[in-house]
Design a protein around this ligand. Sequence first.
Ligand SMILES: Nc1nc2c(c(=O)[nH]1)N[C@H]1C(S)=C(S)[C@@H](COP(=O)(O)O)O[C@H]1N2
Ligand SMILES: [Mo]
Length: 362
Amino acid sequence: MLNIFESKGNLIVHSKEPYNAEPPLDRLRSAFITAQADFYVRSHGNIPQLDADEHRLVVDGLVERSLNLSMTELRTCFPHRTVTAVMQCAGNRRADMLQVAEVSGDPWAPGAIGNAEWTGVALSDVLQAAGATDNADLHVAFASCDEIEMEGEGRFLYGASIPMAKAVSPEVILAFAMNGEDLAPAHGFPLRVVVPGFAGVRSPKWLSRITVQAQPSDNHMQQRDYKMLPSNVTADTVDWTKGVTINDMPINAAICEPSPHATLKPGLTTIRGYAVATAREIVRVDISGDGGRTWSLAELEGSSPWSWTFWHASLDLSKGEHELVVRAWDSAGQTQPAAPDDTWNFKGYLSAAWHRVRVSVV
Ligand SMILES: Nc1nc2c(c(=O)[nH]1)N[C@H]1C(S)=C(S)[C@@H](COP(=O)(O)O)O[C@H]1N2
Ligand SMILES: [Mo]
């Protein structure tokens, strides 16, 4: 079997251990469905090499009957569902916030996102088989097999949770396949959660346990990370209990081509990128060739619920330096903040300001 650096040879590696990497943007923009080889990887610990024949999924907590399922039982006892959905890290585009002030975490460009066809079983079917009550006040907690080591936290296994109201939505699945293939080890083989519309952190890979409980997961990932924080809060002053849990992702858009600092010829240039509004629809994308003073409409290439929307535009660029800018609009008329300063936070989460790319025309 290929090792991770071979199987992910096209990616830009932010760190090797834990392995974190994203695709170059022209590659990301080359297909509506992102190939596993080109799909970003965000890991906090090791990448477990699990045996599907041995793997078990336990369902317990506030249920009428606990389940302990093999992968074969999971595949054969429940109807299969396929959902095409974006997976996106809450730290996607963090590099832009880094330009405002220091932030913690890897400097992700706009590549910590991908769109895949996930196949598995509905989480709601599994919860129903266990006789879980779907009281909206409950939480569904997930436990994984990867081990994480963090300063001040020691060693622990990855875990996170989602509210019951989302857990019983039909789009939330326990996936064993991505784009019709087994999940690659880096993407959670043999089983992961996929929570369309939510930040990637709520979609645990290498899933081993589902627990229905009265409160959110007590895991570090749920309690002391991945929260929305005001810009005056720092690593030294943060009170995690006051942060807001990041679930839904904001509207966002990025220019994938041309790449930053590209040298172009005068005349018509095609600009390509993606926009994403998760639960809502992208209805308009604006593109500027002069730093956001004047705008024209990009052409949308169609979408599906939970997927991204690809767009392209043609701009007539004269000789000189240009700042290309994109901003998207959703069906509720919401758009993106103009500058990363507006939403800066020391963790660099939810970086969704107008995306700017400088090019030279010579
Ligand atoms: N078990 C486990 N699940 C995890 C993570 C992890 O480190 N361990 N990272 C999460 C985060 S923060 C993101 S953004 C997505 C990334 O999924 P991918 O690596 O398949 O792209 O997985 C999520 N699930
Ligand atoms: Mo993430």
